[in-house]
Design a protein around this ligand. Structure first.
Ligand code: GTP
Ligand code: MG
Length: 222
């Protein structure tokens, strides 16, 4: 997998390649390491309207819940952060290269460049802001245009559930939209540190599943 100038891969592929160079078959190398720990890497696009809480989520996740960004500083361009998570119920892990995008850049060509070759999508809206939910269509369209013919696992995340009396987007409505578009769904309050790790655990699981399927396909062809 390539990310800009940076090549991302997983140990499985590296082992297979080394073995092939030594004369062994790549499939044999992959089989030999079945059960071993796998480290995957994924380019994760963090998308959604301005002020929905993308950077707050990224900072909270990076600091393991130690830092909530209270003041709003709009993101300009993109902020990159890297963090690994364990894949639930396995000994494997996914290192996310999180591209925290600027909500104001929905229609910017620069964003298209920075979004090249995505692996997973974390699409955030604010449950108190209907416009931010309606714009999820546009964010998803932008991703699809970016990744034609590719399956990009994704999660829709409703943030700011702490503002319960100001909520305008109901959970059922958002969940239905997510299902219709092949996305997983979850809600969180970054401010109250509720469920802020869930989107990344969901994405790690989905990306890992995709990896497993690719290995199976590879082995069936070998
Ligand atoms: N009440 C509440 N406020 C939150 C929550 N998460 C983030 N915020 C606040 O919402 C504001 C915007 O958060 P940001 O993370 O900067 O928003 P963003 O999505 O990165 O915005 P852009 O960079 O402009 O795209 C900040 O003042 C945050 O403190 C939450 O769960 N509840
Ligand atoms: Mg931001």
């Amino acid at each position: 997998m390539r990310m800009g100038g940076l090549s991302l891969g997983c140990q499985g592929h590296a082992v297979a390649k080394a073995s092939a160079q030594r004369g062994g078959s790549p499939a044999a190398a992959v089989r030999a390491r079945a059960g071993a720990m796998v480290k995957l890497a994924a380019k994760c696009l963090l998308a959604g309207d301005p002020a929905v809480g993308k950077s707050a989520l990224a900072q909270m996740f990076r600091s393991d819940g130690a830092h909530f960004q209270k003041n709003y500083t709009l993101t300009a361009g993109i902020e990159l952060l890297v963090k690994a998570v364990s894949v639930p119920e396995t000994s494997d892990s996914v290192e996310f290269f999180i591209f925290d995008s600027a909500g104001k850049d929905l229609f910017s060509e620069m964003l298209e460049k920075l979004w090249e070759q995505p692996n997973v999508l974390c699409l955030v809206y604010d449950v108190t802001n209907e416009q931010s939910f309606n714009n999820c269509d546009k964010w998803l369209e932008k991703l699809r245009a970016q990744a034609v013919g590719m399956h990009i696992p994704g999660v829709l995340v409703g943030n700011k559930t702490d503002l319960a009396d100001r909520r305008v987007v109901e959970q059922e409505q958002a969940q239905e939209w997510a299902e219709k578009h092949g996305l997983e769904y979850c809600e969180m309050s970054v401010k109250e540190m509720k469920n802020f790790e869930a989107p990344f655990h969901i994405l790690a699981k989905l990306f890992h599943q995709l990896y497993k399927e690719k290995v199976e396909t590879f082995l069936s062809l070998a």
